[in-house]
Design a protein around this ligand. Structure first.
Ligand SMILES: [Ca+2]
Ligand SMILES: [Ca+2]
Ligand SMILES: [Ca+2]
Ligand SMILES: [Ca+2]
Length: 389
Protein backbone atom coordinates (compact mmCIF):
# COMPACT_ATOMS: atom_id res chain seq x y z
CA UNK A 1 0.00 0.00 0.00
CA UNK A 2 1.29 3.46 -0.83
CA UNK A 3 -0.03 6.88 -1.80
CA UNK A 4 0.82 7.09 -5.50
CA UNK A 5 -1.03 10.37 -6.12
CA UNK A 6 -0.15 12.20 -2.90
CA UNK A 7 -3.78 12.81 -1.98
CA UNK A 8 -3.27 11.54 1.55
CA UNK A 9 -5.10 8.25 0.97
CA UNK A 10 -3.24 4.98 0.74
CA UNK A 11 -3.73 3.21 -2.58
CA UNK A 12 -3.18 -0.48 -3.29
CA UNK A 13 -0.85 -2.10 -5.80
CA UNK A 14 -0.87 -5.84 -6.48
CA UNK A 15 1.53 -7.86 -8.57
CA UNK A 16 0.17 -10.78 -10.55
CA UNK A 17 1.39 -13.80 -12.50
CA UNK A 18 1.44 -14.65 -16.18
CA UNK A 19 1.14 -17.54 -18.55
CA UNK A 20 3.48 -20.07 -16.95
CA UNK A 21 5.25 -21.29 -20.09
CA UNK A 22 5.75 -17.97 -21.86
CA UNK A 23 6.03 -15.81 -18.71
CA UNK A 24 3.92 -13.24 -20.55
CA UNK A 25 0.73 -11.56 -19.42
CA UNK A 26 -1.31 -12.92 -22.31
CA UNK A 27 -4.61 -11.83 -20.79
CA UNK A 28 -5.90 -9.00 -18.57
CA UNK A 29 -6.46 -11.60 -15.87
CA UNK A 30 -2.69 -11.54 -15.36
CA UNK A 31 -2.36 -7.78 -15.07
CA UNK A 32 -0.85 -6.17 -12.04
CA UNK A 33 -3.39 -3.83 -10.47
CA UNK A 34 -3.33 -0.32 -9.07
CA UNK A 35 -6.42 0.52 -7.05
CA UNK A 36 -6.92 4.19 -6.28
CA UNK A 37 -8.36 4.99 -2.88
CA UNK A 38 -11.36 7.27 -3.45
CA UNK A 39 -11.31 8.32 0.17
CA UNK A 40 -14.88 7.17 0.81
CA UNK A 41 -14.23 3.49 1.44
CA UNK A 42 -14.19 2.56 -2.25
CA UNK A 43 -11.41 2.02 -4.74
CA UNK A 44 -11.14 2.55 -8.50
CA UNK A 45 -9.05 0.31 -10.72
CA UNK A 46 -6.69 2.74 -12.48
CA UNK A 47 -4.23 0.15 -13.79
CA UNK A 48 -4.60 0.95 -17.48
CA UNK A 49 -4.46 4.70 -17.10
CA UNK A 50 -1.43 4.39 -14.84
CA UNK A 51 0.36 2.12 -17.30
CA UNK A 52 1.03 -0.52 -14.68
CA UNK A 53 -0.52 -3.67 -16.20
CA UNK A 54 2.96 -5.16 -16.56
CA UNK A 55 4.36 -7.70 -18.99
CA UNK A 56 5.75 -10.71 -17.12
CA UNK A 57 5.31 -13.02 -14.17
CA UNK A 58 5.62 -10.62 -11.26
CA UNK A 59 6.07 -11.76 -7.68
CA UNK A 60 7.04 -8.81 -5.51
CA UNK A 61 7.12 -5.06 -5.17
CA UNK A 62 9.14 -2.37 -3.44
CA UNK A 63 7.97 1.22 -3.17
CA UNK A 64 10.38 4.15 -2.94
CA UNK A 65 11.00 7.62 -4.34
CA UNK A 66 14.29 6.84 -6.04
CA UNK A 67 14.55 10.19 -7.85
CA UNK A 68 13.48 12.39 -4.93
CA UNK A 69 10.72 14.18 -6.84
CA UNK A 70 8.18 13.64 -4.08
CA UNK A 71 6.32 10.86 -5.89
CA UNK A 72 6.69 7.22 -4.89
CA UNK A 73 8.08 4.98 -7.62
CA UNK A 74 7.51 1.24 -8.04
CA UNK A 75 10.04 -1.56 -8.42
CA UNK A 76 8.40 -4.81 -9.48
CA UNK A 77 10.30 -8.06 -8.93
CA UNK A 78 9.51 -10.92 -11.23
CA UNK A 79 10.50 -14.19 -12.82
CA UNK A 80 13.33 -13.47 -15.24
CA UNK A 81 12.41 -9.79 -15.49
CA UNK A 82 12.27 -6.90 -13.06
CA UNK A 83 10.68 -3.54 -13.81
CA UNK A 84 11.20 -0.05 -12.46
CA UNK A 85 8.28 2.33 -12.96
CA UNK A 86 8.92 6.03 -12.50
CA UNK A 87 5.94 7.92 -11.11
CA UNK A 88 5.28 10.83 -13.47
CA UNK A 89 3.25 12.67 -10.84
CA UNK A 90 0.16 12.90 -13.04
CA UNK A 91 -1.33 9.48 -12.31
CA UNK A 92 0.82 7.72 -14.89
CA UNK A 93 4.02 5.71 -14.67
CA UNK A 94 6.83 5.09 -17.17
CA UNK A 95 8.82 1.84 -17.43
CA UNK A 96 12.40 3.09 -17.09
CA UNK A 97 14.03 -0.30 -16.49
CA UNK A 98 16.29 -0.27 -19.54
CA UNK A 99 17.49 3.27 -18.95
CA UNK A 100 18.32 2.67 -15.31
CA UNK A 101 20.60 -0.32 -15.93
CA UNK A 102 18.60 -2.64 -13.66
CA UNK A 103 17.85 -5.19 -16.35
CA UNK A 104 21.28 -6.57 -17.17
CA UNK A 105 21.25 -10.37 -17.65
CA UNK A 106 23.39 -12.35 -15.23
CA UNK A 107 26.26 -13.95 -17.12
CA UNK A 108 26.91 -16.63 -14.54
CA UNK A 109 23.44 -17.56 -13.28
CA UNK A 110 21.28 -16.79 -16.30
CA UNK A 111 17.81 -15.35 -15.87
CA UNK A 112 17.12 -14.51 -12.24
CA UNK A 113 13.89 -14.97 -10.35
CA UNK A 114 13.41 -12.02 -8.04
CA UNK A 115 10.82 -12.35 -5.33
CA UNK A 116 11.15 -9.01 -3.62
CA UNK A 117 13.31 -5.99 -3.01
CA UNK A 118 13.92 -3.14 -0.63
CA UNK A 119 14.81 0.49 -1.17
CA UNK A 120 17.51 1.49 1.27
CA UNK A 121 20.14 4.22 1.24
CA UNK A 122 23.13 2.03 2.03
CA UNK A 123 25.78 4.73 1.52
CA UNK A 124 24.00 7.66 3.19
CA UNK A 125 24.10 9.96 0.15
CA UNK A 126 20.39 10.77 0.28
CA UNK A 127 19.59 8.53 -2.69
CA UNK A 128 17.67 5.31 -2.25
CA UNK A 129 19.64 2.28 -3.39
CA UNK A 130 18.02 -1.01 -4.33
CA UNK A 131 18.53 -4.43 -2.75
CA UNK A 132 16.95 -7.23 -4.80
CA UNK A 133 16.39 -10.68 -3.35
CA UNK A 134 16.55 -13.61 -5.73
CA UNK A 135 14.96 -17.00 -5.24
CA UNK A 136 16.30 -19.83 -7.38
CA UNK A 137 17.17 -20.96 -10.89
CA UNK A 138 14.07 -22.02 -12.73
CA UNK A 139 13.44 -23.05 -16.32
CA UNK A 140 9.99 -24.16 -17.41
CA UNK A 141 11.57 -26.55 -19.90
CA UNK A 142 13.63 -28.27 -17.20
CA UNK A 143 10.95 -28.44 -14.55
CA UNK A 144 11.24 -31.69 -12.57
CA UNK A 145 8.20 -33.95 -12.37
CA UNK A 146 6.99 -33.86 -8.78
CA UNK A 147 3.96 -35.54 -7.30
CA UNK A 148 2.12 -35.63 -4.00
CA UNK A 149 -0.33 -38.50 -3.42
CA UNK A 150 0.06 -39.35 -7.08
CA UNK A 151 -0.94 -35.92 -8.31
CA UNK A 152 1.25 -33.19 -9.85
CA UNK A 153 2.61 -30.85 -7.19
CA UNK A 154 5.09 -28.06 -6.75
CA UNK A 155 8.61 -29.39 -6.31
CA UNK A 156 10.61 -28.86 -3.14
CA UNK A 157 13.08 -25.94 -3.31
CA UNK A 158 15.96 -28.38 -2.76
CA UNK A 159 15.58 -29.46 -6.38
CA UNK A 160 16.65 -26.04 -7.63
CA UNK A 161 19.90 -24.10 -7.43
CA UNK A 162 20.17 -21.06 -5.21
CA UNK A 163 20.94 -17.56 -6.46
CA UNK A 164 22.85 -14.50 -5.25
CA UNK A 165 21.08 -11.32 -4.21
CA UNK A 166 21.83 -7.98 -5.86
CA UNK A 167 22.65 -4.48 -4.69
CA UNK A 168 22.33 -1.48 -7.00
CA UNK A 169 23.70 1.93 -6.04
CA UNK A 170 21.64 4.92 -7.09
CA UNK A 171 23.84 7.25 -9.17
CA UNK A 172 21.43 10.16 -8.80
CA UNK A 173 21.06 10.66 -12.53
CA UNK A 174 18.37 8.06 -13.16
CA UNK A 175 20.84 5.21 -13.47
CA UNK A 176 22.10 2.55 -11.07
CA UNK A 177 25.41 0.72 -10.69
CA UNK A 178 25.42 -2.98 -9.89
CA UNK A 179 27.71 -3.34 -6.87
CA UNK A 180 26.57 -6.87 -5.95
CA UNK A 181 30.05 -8.34 -6.41
CA UNK A 182 32.05 -5.40 -5.08
CA UNK A 183 29.95 -5.18 -1.93
CA UNK A 184 30.40 -8.87 -1.12
CA UNK A 185 26.67 -9.57 -1.38
CA UNK A 186 26.98 -11.72 -4.48
CA UNK A 187 29.25 -14.35 -2.98
CA UNK A 188 26.53 -15.49 -0.55
CA UNK A 189 23.93 -17.63 -2.27
CA UNK A 190 20.46 -18.33 -0.96
CA UNK A 191 16.83 -18.74 -1.84
CA UNK A 192 15.56 -15.36 -0.79
CA UNK A 193 11.87 -14.79 -0.16
CA UNK A 194 11.75 -11.83 2.21
CA UNK A 195 13.89 -8.91 3.29
CA UNK A 196 13.99 -6.76 6.40
CA UNK A 197 16.03 -3.57 6.70
CA UNK A 198 17.26 -2.14 10.00
CA UNK A 199 20.37 -0.74 11.60
CA UNK A 200 20.54 -3.66 14.00
CA UNK A 201 23.84 -2.65 15.64
CA UNK A 202 23.13 1.10 15.85
CA UNK A 203 26.26 2.15 13.98
CA UNK A 204 24.25 4.52 11.81
CA UNK A 205 24.26 2.32 8.73
CA UNK A 206 21.30 0.19 7.60
CA UNK A 207 21.84 -3.56 7.52
CA UNK A 208 19.96 -6.22 5.56
CA UNK A 209 18.25 -9.43 6.70
CA UNK A 210 17.13 -11.97 4.09
CA UNK A 211 14.72 -14.82 4.86
CA UNK A 212 15.64 -17.84 2.77
CA UNK A 213 13.47 -20.78 1.79
CA UNK A 214 14.93 -23.98 3.25
CA UNK A 215 18.36 -22.37 3.48
CA UNK A 216 19.96 -20.49 6.37
CA UNK A 217 18.89 -16.87 6.62
CA UNK A 218 21.35 -14.12 5.77
CA UNK A 219 22.23 -11.00 7.71
CA UNK A 220 24.41 -8.56 5.81
CA UNK A 221 26.21 -6.07 8.01
CA UNK A 222 26.89 -2.73 6.36
CA UNK A 223 30.59 -2.10 6.89
CA UNK A 224 30.31 1.52 5.76
CA UNK A 225 32.91 1.37 3.01
CA UNK A 226 30.66 -0.06 0.34
CA UNK A 227 31.17 -3.57 1.66
CA UNK A 228 28.84 -5.93 3.47
CA UNK A 229 29.77 -8.91 5.62
CA UNK A 230 27.58 -11.96 6.18
CA UNK A 231 27.02 -12.38 9.92
CA UNK A 232 23.76 -14.34 10.30
CA UNK A 233 25.32 -17.39 11.94
CA UNK A 234 27.38 -15.61 14.59
CA UNK A 235 24.62 -13.11 15.33
CA UNK A 236 22.02 -15.80 15.86
CA UNK A 237 19.51 -15.38 13.02
CA UNK A 238 20.61 -17.95 10.45
CA UNK A 239 18.64 -20.79 12.01
CA UNK A 240 15.81 -21.25 14.46
CA UNK A 241 16.80 -22.10 18.01
CA UNK A 242 16.35 -25.79 17.28
CA UNK A 243 18.83 -25.55 14.46
CA UNK A 244 16.49 -25.61 11.52
CA UNK A 245 16.82 -23.74 8.27
CA UNK A 246 13.12 -23.14 7.82
CA UNK A 247 11.04 -22.19 4.81
CA UNK A 248 11.50 -18.45 5.25
CA UNK A 249 8.71 -16.67 3.41
CA UNK A 250 8.90 -13.13 4.64
CA UNK A 251 10.65 -10.88 7.11
CA UNK A 252 10.43 -7.60 8.92
CA UNK A 253 12.90 -5.89 11.22
CA UNK A 254 11.41 -3.60 13.87
CA UNK A 255 11.67 -2.90 17.55
CA UNK A 256 8.94 -5.05 19.10
CA UNK A 257 9.84 -4.45 22.76
CA UNK A 258 10.68 -0.73 22.69
CA UNK A 259 14.26 -1.13 23.85
CA UNK A 260 15.41 0.79 20.74
CA UNK A 261 17.09 -2.27 19.24
CA UNK A 262 15.39 -3.55 16.07
CA UNK A 263 14.25 -7.17 16.28
CA UNK A 264 13.54 -9.57 13.43
CA UNK A 265 10.36 -11.49 12.70
CA UNK A 266 10.30 -14.14 10.02
CA UNK A 267 7.33 -15.94 8.54
CA UNK A 268 7.49 -19.57 7.51
CA UNK A 269 5.32 -22.45 6.40
CA UNK A 270 3.05 -24.95 8.07
CA UNK A 271 4.54 -27.17 10.77
CA UNK A 272 7.19 -24.56 11.43
CA UNK A 273 7.34 -21.80 13.96
CA UNK A 274 7.49 -18.24 12.73
CA UNK A 275 10.57 -17.12 14.56
CA UNK A 276 10.93 -13.87 16.45
CA UNK A 277 14.56 -12.95 17.04
CA UNK A 278 15.06 -10.46 19.84
CA UNK A 279 17.97 -8.08 19.53
CA UNK A 280 19.77 -8.32 22.86
CA UNK A 281 21.75 -5.22 21.94
CA UNK A 282 24.34 -4.46 19.30
CA UNK A 283 22.90 -7.05 16.99
CA UNK A 284 23.24 -10.24 19.00
CA UNK A 285 19.92 -11.99 18.59
CA UNK A 286 18.11 -14.58 20.67
CA UNK A 287 15.04 -16.36 19.44
CA UNK A 288 12.09 -15.64 21.75
CA UNK A 289 9.38 -17.34 19.74
CA UNK A 290 8.18 -19.42 22.69
CA UNK A 291 8.42 -16.65 25.28
CA UNK A 292 6.61 -14.21 23.03
CA UNK A 293 3.65 -16.50 22.46
CA UNK A 294 4.23 -16.85 18.75
CA UNK A 295 4.93 -20.52 19.18
CA UNK A 296 1.58 -21.09 20.87
CA UNK A 297 -0.07 -19.02 18.19
CA UNK A 298 1.29 -21.39 15.60
CA UNK A 299 1.35 -24.49 17.76
CA UNK A 300 -0.15 -26.80 15.22
CA UNK A 301 2.60 -25.73 12.90
CA UNK A 302 5.55 -26.55 15.13
CA UNK A 303 8.35 -28.00 14.65
CA UNK A 304 9.60 -29.46 11.55
CA UNK A 305 12.97 -28.88 13.05
CA UNK A 306 15.56 -30.79 11.11
CA UNK A 307 12.86 -32.47 9.08
CA UNK A 308 14.71 -35.62 8.32
CA UNK A 309 11.73 -37.81 7.59
CA UNK A 310 9.46 -35.72 5.44
CA UNK A 311 10.73 -37.10 2.20
CA UNK A 312 10.35 -40.72 3.21
CA UNK A 313 6.97 -40.10 4.76
CA UNK A 314 7.69 -42.46 7.63
CA UNK A 315 6.01 -42.01 10.96
CA UNK A 316 9.05 -43.07 12.90
CA UNK A 317 11.14 -41.18 15.30
CA UNK A 318 13.58 -39.00 13.54
CA UNK A 319 13.86 -35.44 14.07
CA UNK A 320 16.61 -33.94 16.07
CA UNK A 321 17.93 -30.50 15.93
CA UNK A 322 20.30 -28.60 18.07
CA UNK A 323 20.83 -24.99 18.63
CA UNK A 324 23.96 -23.45 17.30
CA UNK A 325 25.80 -21.94 20.20
CA UNK A 326 27.21 -18.56 19.47
CA UNK A 327 30.36 -16.94 20.63
CA UNK A 328 28.41 -14.50 22.76
CA UNK A 329 27.79 -16.02 26.16
CA UNK A 330 24.44 -14.31 26.43
CA UNK A 331 23.01 -17.01 24.27
CA UNK A 332 20.97 -19.62 26.04
CA UNK A 333 22.11 -23.17 26.34
CA UNK A 334 21.66 -25.27 23.25
CA UNK A 335 18.57 -27.37 23.11
CA UNK A 336 18.16 -30.80 21.69
CA UNK A 337 14.70 -31.68 20.51
CA UNK A 338 13.44 -35.07 19.67
CA UNK A 339 10.14 -36.18 18.31
CA UNK A 340 8.56 -39.49 17.76
CA UNK A 341 5.65 -39.06 15.48
CA UNK A 342 4.87 -36.36 13.04
CA UNK A 343 1.90 -35.04 14.93
CA UNK A 344 3.40 -35.41 18.39
CA UNK A 345 6.37 -33.14 18.17
CA UNK A 346 8.85 -31.90 20.67
CA UNK A 347 8.93 -34.64 23.22
CA UNK A 348 11.66 -33.14 25.28
CA UNK A 349 13.98 -30.27 25.08
CA UNK A 350 17.17 -31.23 26.83
CA UNK A 351 19.30 -28.40 28.00
CA UNK A 352 22.99 -28.82 27.84
CA UNK A 353 25.56 -26.61 29.35
CA UNK A 354 25.67 -22.94 28.44
CA UNK A 355 28.63 -21.08 27.15
CA UNK A 356 29.61 -23.52 24.47
CA UNK A 357 31.29 -22.28 21.39
CA UNK A 358 31.00 -23.83 17.99
CA UNK A 359 28.55 -25.88 16.09
CA UNK A 360 26.37 -28.73 17.24
CA UNK A 361 25.45 -31.67 15.12
CA UNK A 362 22.78 -34.25 15.68
CA UNK A 363 21.06 -37.24 14.26
CA UNK A 364 18.57 -39.94 15.09
CA UNK A 365 17.42 -43.38 14.21
CA UNK A 366 14.19 -45.17 14.96
CA UNK A 367 14.29 -45.23 18.74
CA UNK A 368 17.34 -43.31 19.70
CA UNK A 369 18.48 -39.80 19.45
CA UNK A 370 21.99 -38.55 19.63
CA UNK A 371 23.71 -35.27 19.42
CA UNK A 372 27.14 -33.79 19.72
CA UNK A 373 28.15 -30.39 20.94
CA UNK A 374 31.61 -29.04 20.60
CA UNK A 375 32.97 -26.21 22.69
CA UNK A 376 36.34 -24.80 23.49
CA UNK A 377 36.27 -26.89 26.64
CA UNK A 378 34.91 -30.22 25.63
CA UNK A 379 32.92 -32.24 23.20
CA UNK A 380 29.74 -33.69 24.61
CA UNK A 381 27.85 -36.53 23.08
CA UNK A 382 24.22 -37.25 23.82
CA UNK A 383 22.70 -40.61 23.22
CA UNK A 384 19.40 -41.63 24.68
CA UNK A 385 16.37 -43.66 23.88
CA UNK A 386 13.28 -41.93 22.73
CA UNK A 387 10.46 -41.97 25.25
CA UNK A 388 7.50 -44.13 24.30
CA UNK A 389 4.97 -42.43 22.02
CA1 LIG B 1 -3.74 8.12 -2.91
CA1 LIG C 1 9.78 9.54 -7.67
CA1 LIG D 1 22.40 5.81 -1.65
CA1 LIG E 1 24.31 -1.06 11.09
Amino acid sequence: MFDYDNDGNLDIFFTNGADISSLKKTSPKYWNRLLRNNGDGTFTDVTEKAGLAGTGYDTGVAIGDYNNDGYEDIFVAGVHRNTLYRNNGDGTFTDVTEKTGLAQPDKEYGPLWSVGAAWVDVNSDGLLDLFVINYMSWDVNKEPDCKFNGKPEYCHPKLYKELPNQLFLNNGDGTFTDVSARSGIRSHLGKGMGVGIADYDDDGLPDIFVANDNEPNQLFHNEGNGAFSAVAVENGVAYTENGAAIAGMGADARDVDNDSWPDIFETALVKETMPLFRNLGHGIFQEITRESGFQLATERRIPRAAELDEASGTQEARCVAVRTVMRNQQHAAPLIFGRHRKEQPTIWPQRVKPGGEGMCGAGADDDRVYGIEGSHRSIDVYNRHMPPP
